[in-house]
Design a protein around this ligand. Structure first.
Ligand SMILES: Cc1cc2nc3c(=O)[nH]c(=O)nc-3n(C[C@H](O)[C@H](O)[C@H](O)COP(=O)(O)O)c2cc1C
Length: 141
């Protein structure tokens, strides 16, 4: 089982990440400098809830990416959103002031092939320009 956590202090990594990007020639120094000037101020104006929402979005992307990478390496996964967050955090001794529990992902080799799945047709979940005409409306019979 892998526990995906969101770090409410993710801004603390910015300097390290942008410095590596500059060193590797991926990011111009002046872009890093402008981010490092801009981001702390932007973060200081965000509520804890807004920062938390960032981590949930990022954590969802990380979880999906991890599942795809696992599959590419011949493993199978299952995302688990329904778990006892407080107890799991306690059991693992995670700092709950800093980290947000997002998802558990079980990983292993499937005992048998997965059953097939159902998805809503694209026209039920997508609309062009007028979201309220389609999204959330029951399917027309
Ligand atoms: C956000 C989310 C939360 C889930 N939570 C659980 C869970 O708590 N326990 C569980 O056994 N499976 C959980 N699943 C896995 C689903 O039950 C299902 O196995 C998986 O989504 C693949 O089936 P599908 O292709 O029909 O969606 C969750 C899936 C998603 C996307």
């Amino acid at each position: 089982m892998i526990l995906i956590l969101g770090d409410l202090k993710h801004l603390d990594y910015a300097e390290e990440i942008f410095s590596a990007a500059v060193e590797q020639g991926i990011m111009p120094q002046k872009v890093k400098d402008s981010y490092m000037k801009l981001l702390p101020d932007k973060f200081s104006k965000m509520t804890k809830q807004q920062i938390r929402e960032n981590t949930l979005i990022d954590g969802g992307l990380v979880a999906m990416q991890l599942m795809l990478v696992a599959k590419a390496h011949g493993y199978d996964t299952n995302p688990i959103g329904g778990f006892e967050r407080k107890e799991v955090m306690e059991a693992l001794g995670v700092d709950v002031e800093r980290y947000v529990p997002i998802m558990l992902i079980s990983i292993g080799k499937a005992a048998k092939p997965a059953h097939s799945s159902v998805r809503l047709p694209i026209e039920r979940v997508m609309s062009w320009n007028q979201a309220n005409q389609v999204v959330g409306q029951p399917a027309q019979k």
